[in-house]
Design a protein around this ligand. Structure first.
Ligand code: HEC
Length: 214
C-alpha cells in the first residue's frame, strides 16, 4: 500500500473513461482468499460431513427440545389429546414407542401394525376409536373379553403414551393385512364432533344430509 507504483493506464478507453492496471491491495486479497478458504470449511462442515446444523435443522432441533421439555412437564399431569399429539413430534419418544410396540404388540398386531390376532391398526377402521385419547384408553384398559390386555400395569402411563404415539404415526398408513374391522375414521370423527360441543344449530342442519352416511 505504501510503495505506490506509477499509475499505468490500461490501453482501453470508453468515452474518455480509463482504468489503471494497479495491483490489488493485500488486505483486499486476504479477504478474497480468506473467504475461499472459509467456504471450503463451511461446505465440508455443513454439507459434506453434516457435522453442523443448518438453520432448518437448528430450528427443528429447537422445536424438538421445546416439545420434549413440554412432554416432561406434562408426563406427571393428566393425559390430553394435545400431549399425545406432541409426543408424535419428538423422535426420541417415537423411538421408545416403536421399541415397545416391537416387544409387546407385534405378536398380535404384526410388525407393521397390519394385524394378526388383533386388528389392523393402519387401515383407517377402528373398533374403539381413532382419536389419541380413545387409543390411549384402549391400550391402558384393554378389551379384556376380546383378547386385548390392559397395559396400564405392565407398561405404566408413560410407556403407554409412547406406544400410543407410535400407533398414531402408523395409523392411516394402510398397510395390507387383516381385513378392516369396526367403523371408518371419518364416522368416528363425525360422532365425536357431534358429541363434543352442545351445538344445536349444526345439529339441526345435519340430519337431512346424513342418514345415508357411510
Ligand atoms: C394378545 C394379543 C394382543 C396384544 C399382545 C396386543 N393387542 Fe391390541 N388388540 C388385540 C385384539 C384382539 C384387539 C381387538 C379388540 C376387540 O375386538 O375389541 C386389539 C385392539 C387394539 C386396539 C384398538 C383397535 C381398534 O380398532 O380400535 C389398539 C389401539 C391396540 N390393540 C393397541 C395395542 C398395543 C399398542 C399393544 C402393545 C402394547 C397391543 N395392542 C397388544 C390383541 C392384542
Amino acid at each position: 500500500m505504501s510503495e505506490q507504483r506509477a499509475d499505468v493506464p490500461l490501453d482501453h478507453d470508453y468515452d474518455g473513461i480509463q482504468e489503471y492496471d494497479n495491483r490489488l491491495p493485500n488486505w483486499w486479497l486476504f479477504t478474497l482468499y480468506g473467504s475461499i478458504v472459509f467456504s471450503v470449511g463451511y461446505w465440508l462442515f455443513y454439507e459434506t460431513f453434516a457435522v453442523g446444523r443448518n438453520q432448518t435443522q437448528a430450528w427443528e432441533r429447537e422445536e424438538e427440545l421445546a416439545a420434549q421439555a413440554q412432554i416432561e412437564r406434562e408426563m406427571g399431569k393428566e393425559v390430553t389429546e394435545e400431549s399425545l399429539l406432541l409426543m408424535t413430534k419428538v423422535p426420541a419418544q417415537l423411538e421408545a414407542g416403536a421399541k415397545i410396540f416391537q416387544q409387546k404388540c407385534v405378536q398380535c398386531h404384526g410388525p407393521l401394525g397390519a394385524g394378526e390376532i388383533g386388528p389392523n391398526l393402519t387401515d383407517g377402521y377402528w373398533l374403539h376409536g381413532p382419536a389419541p385419547l380413545q387409543i390411549y384408553n384402549t391400550v391402558m384398559n384393554g378389551v379384556l373379553d376380546k383378547g386385548m390386555q390392559a397395559w396400564k400395569d405392565q407398561l405404566g402411563p408413560v410407556r403407554v403414551r409412547q406406544v400410543v404415539a407410535h400407533v398414531l404415526t402408523i395409523s392411516g398408513k394402510e398397510v395390507k393385512g387383516k381385513a378392516p374391522q369396526g367403523r371408518p375414521t371419518a364416522e368416528w370423527e363425525k360422532e365425536r364432533a357431534a358429541a363434543t360441543p352442545p351445538a344445536a344449530p349444526t345439529d339441526a342442519s345435519a340430519p337431512p344430509k346424513t342418514p345415508n352416511g357411510k
